[in-house]
Ligand binder design. Sequence first.
Ligand SMILES: [Zn+2]
Length: 203
Amino acid sequence: MIERIVSDLISSNVFVLSKNDSCIIIDAGAKIDSVKKAVGDKKVEGIFLTHGHYDHSARVMDYIHEFGTTVYASEFTKEYLQNSAYNYSEGKFTVSDFSNFKFLSGNGCLELPTFSVQFHQLGGHSKSDMMFKVGDDIFVGDVLIGRDMGRIDLYGGSKEKMSESLKFLQEVEYETMHSGHGNDNDKKTQDKVANLWLRFLSR
Ligand SMILES: [Zn+2]
């Protein structure tokens, strides 16, 4: 079961994926109380950050404090969390204690007790963009937001990397794409959306 929580930070999404008595959390923009409600008595096997912008990460220390679990994120996320100019919180949010963080590079698969989570480094919206795949669901942060491509004009954004990311997402087999904001979409729809933006980017 996947529960989507819409945060008070630019309406970013937090996802709680539950199976049996365990769960994982994707992104950390929503207030801890709403996440606690979705987690209930389940054990949190990990927290995953799709990228380092504050609307997806600002409550991460609250989650660590509450659930005492490991945070998984791209190796390029650290500089975003350390610097409020890069995470766009305008002086409000930085992380200095990374003892609960495990940084990932490239691509691979994390085998947690209940969940198997594939990861793949993306880019374009930020250097820290990471796709996570669990079963037939993918989580792409702000690389593709429904019909919109994520912004490429922010720190670490890149037109070339965005093109690579969109092409990669077209190659991935999945049923449902969960973006960092807005509703879920299916692969057929998102492949078409990616094509439109690839044409736009190649102009
Ligand atoms: Zn973002």
